[in-house]
Design a protein around this ligand. Structure first.
Ligand code: ATP
Ligand code: MG
Length: 494
């Protein structure tokens, strides 16, 4: 089990010294503008020149010379793509579902062999077997999506009509050269996915959420609401979710923040992870849950089950939208209400976005300390406003002050997740809610990500720092055996 500052094995100065030792590349650079006594027109022009940042060329995927294996793979990939296109043109897609495996394999082999001969492409036996198997998988599985689903580096797959498929890798969107044959082909794949989970998508019911067999989250919207062809969004399911140590290693937050979060979660503070779309909220929530004691009973409620808790005592729930006749809905709120009758120690709601907010806050206020959820917001203040709005929209008539007091006593901590402009995902702020001052909820930021600049490759430079404010919950942490050293709250120069 992860243990950082628990009890007496507090990390001494080493961690702090390491933090100070982290160099800031900005500092190392000389300050060029400081010593220019006379400003000539030339100097002004030169200054102007450097004012505009050069446009960074897109990496053209350069292949290192001699990198034979990679080039071979690329070549195979290209051949496969070509074969796949030809197959789509030649196979009768409508008859596919009825064909037996043997017939289909024979058909694919025949068409592919013919194309290879026509184009004078020579493959060895092993390559042929691999390529034909992959083609078969693509034709019988989820078509062109299959390769992307199997690609570990892809996080999101975004389809904008049959001829445009984007993927997200390392926080950045890229256009792929993979396409569907036409809109009918795309619709056929969508239909295959949604019918497997007993749903339907068509003109009268043009959008749908589903979960793929591998656990990936799937959303599709079809014509006439999707104007230029069906829109599909897939958040790939990661078998190995990023844990606290991975996130620290990737620079998503600091060792000090991890130690603080361990104390916060272990001592059962109620935590909200706030962030924009795809900013890493679910990943953070999942990582934070690793600090929960194994003896506790945890109930999770999600629209699409994404969380992978490591504890033994976990009850997972997935809410359900209404069916085609508008019946059978089990909303997140229904799940939450029922969860309260299931003797949970902690409740984790994947995302709070509607009327379930009332029950969530009540659960946090009434003996289910240590509950957690995520919300869509850009910073802690925004997060509070979101909660207020959700309460108002749920039709609860309560004076604003009462709403705020309910929020301030329910929520202890807001952790802000962000996807920055360079694609990196970071925990940009940890803010505590300390109570009410008049009509306003009072908060204090404990840690933040301090940006200091940008490299020529547009990578963000910065460091995590404490704000110098000691935690409102320090005494609680100490009483529960989490002796965080005072240095943890000291600002760092980077
Ligand atoms: N710190 C990180 N470093 C690298 N990749 C990350 C990091 N955090 C999250 N990811 C990856 O980013 C993707 C999006 O993360 P996640 O699902 O947690 O975002 P989210 O905010 O919950 O998104 P949504 O708003 O769609 O629910 C995932 O594929 C995840 O593995
Ligand atoms: Mg999420």
């Amino acid at each position: 089990m992860f243990s950082r500052y628990k009890k007496s094995d507090a990390k001494p100065a080493a961690a702090v010294a390491q933090k100070v030792a982290k160099t800031d590349p900005q500092k190392a650079a000389p300050a060029p503008k400081a010593a220019a006594p006379v400003v000539t027109p030339d100097a002004v022009a030169a200054e102007k020149k450097v004012m505009r940042r050069p446009i960074v060329e897109k990496a053209a995927g350069a292949v290192a010379p001699g990198d034979k294996e990679r080039r071979r793979k690329e070549r195979l990939g290209e051949i496969k793509l070509e074969l796949h296109r030809e197959l789509l043109d030649n196979l009768n897609l409508a008859a596919l579902d009825k064909a037996s495996e043997r017939e289909l394999r024979a058909e694919i082999t025949a068409i592919a062999t013919e194309v290879l001969q026509e184009k004078a492409i020579v493959l060895n036996r092993e390559e042929r077997t691999t390529v034909f198997q992959e083609l078969y998988d693509e034709v019988t599985g989820l078509g062109p999506l299959e390769t992307l689903l199997q690609d570990e580096t892809v996080n999101d797959i975004l389809v904008n009509g049959p001829k445009q498929i984007f993927v997200e890798r390392a926080g950045k969107l890229e256009l792929t050269d993979i396409v569907f044959k036409d809109e009918r082909h795309l619709l056929r794949i969508i239909d295959k996915i949604v019918s497997a989970v007993g749903r339907r998508v068509d003109e009268s019911n043009p959008y749908v959420d589903a979960r793929l067999a591998d656990g990936s989250r799937f959303n599709a919207m079809v014509s006439p609401i999707a104007v230029d062809g069906s829109l599909v969004s897939i958040r790939k399911f990661k078998k190995d979710k990023l844990g606290i140590d991975d996130l620290v290693k990737f620079g998503a937050f600091s060792e000090e923040m991890a130690a603080y979060l361990q104390a916060a979660v272990s001592t059962r503070l109620n935590v909200i992870v706030s962030g924009g779309t795809g900013s890493g909220k679910t990943t953070t929530l999942n990582a934070l849950s690793s600090f929960i004691d194994n003896a506790e009973r945890i109930l999770t409620i999600e629209d699409t089950a994404e969380l992978q808790l490591q504890q033994t005592h976990v009850g997972r729930m997935e809410s359900r939208p209404p069916n085609v006749e508008g019946k059978g809905e089990v909303s997140p709120r229904d799940c939450l209400k029922n969860a309260l009758r299931m003797r949970p120690d902690r409740i984790i709601v994947g995302e709070t976005r509607g009327e379930e907010v009332i029950d969530m806050l009540q659960a946090m206020n009434t003996g289910h300390d240590g509950s957690m959820t995520t919300i869509h917001a850009n910073n802690a203040r925004d997060g509070i406003s979101r909660l207020e709005n959700m309460i108002a929209m749920a039709g609860i008539e309560m004076p604003l002050k009462a709403v705020r007091s309910q929020i301030s006593s329910a929520v202890n901590l807001i952790v802000q997740a962000s996807r920055l402009q360079d694609g990196s995902r970071r925990m940009t702020s940890i803010t505590e809610i300390t109570g009410m001052e008049g009509d306003v909820i009072s908060m204090q930021e404990i840690f933040r990500f301090q940006r200091t600049g940008l490299t020529p490759e547009n990578k963000i430079i910065g460091h995590f720092t404490a704000t110098g404010v000691r935690s409102h919950y320090s005494e609680r942490f100490r009483l529960w055996g989490y002796d965080l050293p005072p240095e943890i709250y000291e600002p760092s120069a980077g």
